[in-house]
Design a protein around this ligand. Structure first.
Ligand SMILES: N[C@@H](CCC(=O)N[C@@H](CS)C(=O)NCC(=O)O)C(=O)O
Length: 196
């Protein structure tokens, strides 16, 4: 979903192939394990046939294809290091904190409490980051990490965790959800109905 939003932001042409990660197949009939041996999405196949996996790499690759779109600061700058720092936080901390909810195992009271506390600790960090009034994680400009953070924070609702205690996050998510690229991706992935 995060790469999908960014592909929409960039406005170029691309093909989506819906993947059943449990079955290891795609809607177009590909053996997904041959594309991505780890078996999880996203996997991006470039026009040159390179396969790129892992959200932080896919998102930065996409941003770097159209530098004028400003979705990532230029390589070699401190701002780019800040983007990588934020992408790694979202990937290795926020994203993985939702792991227990998607493990396929029922979470008993204590395990659920522990897992919720893990999500809340990471959400509190984001809330604090937004506390200076910035609209996006890196400042006043939307970058690829915002698409990723938006998608992961959105999972809170799906697993029954309230983010009501985080007003900055609420406003941040509403802002990103309203972007045409986000709406288009959510409609295409069946998370939202097309408004008439
Ligand atoms: N480290 C990977 C994690 C990707 C990931 O967790 N993908 C999930 C969907 S959000 C998935 O495909 N899960 C199915 C599975 O692991 O089999 C990344 O950042 O790209």
């Amino acid at each position: 979903m995060a790469s999908h939003i960014i592909l929409n932001e960039l406005g170029g042409s691309f093909e989506l192939d819906k993947t059943d990660t449990d079955a290891g197949t795609t809607e177009a009939g590909e053996d997904f394990r041959k594309i991505s041996p780890n078996g999880y999405v996203p996997a991006l196949i470039t026009d040159d046939g390179e396969i790129i996996t892992e959200n932080p790499a896919v998102l930065q690759y996409l941003a770097d294809q159209s530098p004028h779109a400003g979705l990532a600061p230029p390589n070699g700058t401190m701002e780019r290091t800040r983007l990588q720092e934020a992408l790694n936080f979202v990937s290795s901390e926020l994203h993985t904190s939702f792991g227990p909810f998607f493990s396929g195992k029922e979470l008993d009271g204590e395990a659920r409490q522990k897992a919720e506390a893990g999500v809340n600790r990471r959400a509190a960090h984001i809330e604090q980051r937004l506390d200076d009034g910035r609209a996006y994680l890196l400042g006043d400009t939307f970058t690829v990490v915002d698409a990723y953070a938006f998608v992961v924070l959105n999972w809170a609702g799906f697993v029954g965790i309230s983010l009501a205690a985080y007003p900055k996050i609420q406003a941040y998510m509403a802002n990103i959800a309203a972007r045409p690229a986000s709406i288009k991706a959510m409609v295409a992935e069946g998370l939202m109905e097309q408004s008439t």
